[in-house]
Design a binder for this molecule. Sequence first.
Ligand code: ATP
Ligand code: MG
Length: 435
Amino acid sequence: EHGIDPRLLSNNAVRVVRILQNEGYDAFIVGGAVRDLLLGLKPKDFDVATNATPEQVKRLFKRAFLIGRRFQIVHVMFGQDLIEVTTFRGASDKPAIKDESGRLLRDNNFGTQSEDAARRDFTINAMYYNPANQVLLDYHGGIKDLRSKTLRVIGNPEQRYREDPVRMLRIVRFAAKLGFSIDKTTGAPIAALAPLMNNVPSARLFDEMLKLLMSGHSMSCLKELRARGLHQGLLPLLDVALEQPEAAHFIELSLEKTDQRIRQNKRISPGFLFATLLWTQVEEKWAEYRAKGEHPIPALVAASSDVLDVQTEKLAIQRRIATDMRDIWLLQPRLERRTGKSPYRLLENERFRAAYDFMLIRCEAGELEAELGQWWTEFIDASGDRRQEMIDTQMKRAPAGSQAKKRSRRSGHRHRKKSSAKTASETQDIIEKTE
Ligand code: ATP
Ligand code: MG
């Protein structure tokens, strides 16, 4: 009756369930995977729930790792493939450890399967599937809600958001991704409880935001976040950006591109994504620094740092990702230099591809001449002779201008060395690195 297509199952998830069941434990495929299977979608990951404790699970698999504090889970690895195994959570006899706003800090009380179902977030996420006999267990009317395309919190919505405010973000993501509507009672307390997001550790917020932006429906997610008052403080600079029509256009364009890539199963790097989201802010600050007489490159370096600093306070952007963002930004002016050896050197840069893709969005947004994008697109695949010809044409086109630029750059550099030597050497480091 449920119509789950066994061909969409992950062999590894089925294997984990079978091994647990052979040892006499209960085990099921659970959560988002069951939801997606029922919708006929291929799940992107598989979770398994069992009555075996994390230690008991770990012992049964060669490559199994205990993970997490708030929820202890086991990661079972098969090559690159990861199956998350969780032990049924219980309604505890000891009160769980919460902070003053009601947020659960630790929750490792094990329980029965029906207790486990009640602790899950939404009805459509609380179904269990046993691949051995193909039976589906639906504790909270998930099938009904799935058919009527409704997102409904299990239990008292306000209490569930207080326990874990991230559930409010999850609702928005699932609504946008699945095209479901949010049940009235479920949606009602969100606006008033939105400030609870401030209590969530910034690393967890970052993970959730990333999932949201990479859901393949990022623009509708952001719109829904804004409509429900949940966006404030998540991407502080984005709040401002979306108010300005020009910036909003650029952001919309880049999110559309991201969504397209995700839906075609292409890779998206988080650095690229956040670089586009915050670019208009960088540009604004860049212009400010230049207006104060700073040379373009150090001005861009300073603008990038300002933006990353403000952003990182709220939403911890991992250092690796921040580095990617900075590199993409700092390579932008270099893409406009099409003379001498510069284009060849840029091609060798390991971030060239990202910077080039980024520039194409700027061209499409009307920020740069379309011709620049076309030039690079041709240059990438051109033969050696043709490349040289293309560069020569550029040299002929604006020889005087580029000379003048060169001179002013030199004198600007000398001037700056006196006034802010540290910034200059930092800049040099970064330029060398990107070079
Ligand atoms: P997807 O993997 O497509 O993002 P998912 O529903 O599988 O969606 P996961 O984060 O993988 O999301 O979580 C697996 C399951 O764990 C969920 O389906 C839900 O039952 C439960 N769960 C996850 N996060 C929470 C939460 N914050 N509160 C309650 N239950 C949760
Ligand atoms: Mg999942």
